[in-house]
Design a protein around this ligand. Structure first.
Ligand code: PAF
Length: 291
């Protein structure tokens, strides 16, 4: 593998835009060495650039997809109104990725809805999926297709969308997809607040309140491996009610079920709540070594 240039911002050769599966296949066939996929719905921002940077560190070539996937929007959700800015996206990643694959909905789904699709199972119906029936089925269906089409060695996903990441890890394990999923750490402000495009909606007071999320994670992580310590930290946060919590849970990353007191291994901590009407998420991975 080649060494990535600097912090990954140095621009290389011009990026190619392809819109059909046939063109993508042709570009992919010409690539030698490790290929990384960055899957997006466009309207790229600094969070996506962090994924691109990590992909560049890990592979010789990067293919970025820009596709607003109709299958993951429910009735009444904003599929039509979802922001689309392919020109802006291309300008942002020009020279940073080898290929941008931006297919039309017809190119991706000649028949819509497709006759055969992938199910995220129970894991797709809880937490973020509870209010969005079918959302995660749509995500895993398009991710399976994109990974099949791009055929990368690895694909990067942010840890902040912890449920999506966990479900995609299950997709790859359960369907034996020949790709490595690389989680990318959450970018945080100096205060600890997870970076999000939604943070702009918060007042100074709201930003201070929102620190309840990262502080809760810190205290759960400081519980140093004890299941009861982790759960006590989460319970204490919910009781303090500094923000309007939706959930603060310790989950088995393989099943997304809440862990029991005899659980040992990696624990996925997932938090969601509202501050000044803005819904915020945060997540971290702890390790449970004892009760
Ligand atoms: O996280 C996203 O942007 C989307 O859910 C993904 C993974 C690109 C699938 O459409």
């Amino acid at each position: 593998m080649t060494t990535p240039p600097g912090a990954g911002q140095t621009r290389g050769t011009a990026t190619r835009l392809v819109t059909t599966k046939a063109e993508l296949r042709e570009q992919r066939a010409a690539m030698e060495g490790a290929v990384a996929a960055v899957l997006t719905m466009g309207s790229l921002h600094s969070g996506h650039l962090a994924l691109v940077r990590r992909a560049r560190e890990l592979a010789d070539h990067v293919i970025l997809s820009v596709f607003v996937n109709p299958l993951q929007f429910g009735p009444g959700e904003d599929y039509e109104a979802y922001p689309r800015d392919l020109e802006g996206d291309l300008a942002l990643v020009d020279g940073l990725v080898d290929v941008v694959f931006a297919p039309s909905a017809e190119e991706m789904y000649p028949v819509l809805p497709p006759t055969v699709s992938v199910s995220a199972g129970h894991a797709g119906t809880i937490l973020e999926g509870a209010a969005r029936p079918g959302h995660f089925d749509g995500v895993v269906t398009v991710v399976a297709k994109l990974l099949r089409l791009i055929d990368p060695h690895l694909s990067v996903f942010g840890r902040k969308d912890a449920q999506q990441l966990a479900i995609i890890q299950r997709l790859v394990a359960d369907l034996d997809l020949p790709v490595r999923i690389e989680p990318v750490e959450i970018e945080r402000e100096e205060t600890g607040l997870a970076r999000s495009s939604r943070n702009v909606y918060l007042s100074d007071q709201g930003r201070a309140q929102a620190l309840a999320l990262s502080r809760t994670l810190e205290s759960a992580l400081a519980a140093a491996g004890s299941v009861s310590g982790i759960r006590a930290a989460l319970r204490a946060a919910l009781e303090r009610a500094e923000i309007d919590w939706d959930y603060a849970l310790a989950l088995d990353p393989a099943t997304l079920e809440e862990i029991g007191s005899d659980y040992r291994g990696e624990v996925l901590l997932v938090l969601a709540g509202r501050v000044e009407g803005t819904r915020l998420l945060d997540a971290a991975v702890a390790v449970a070594t004892g009760a």
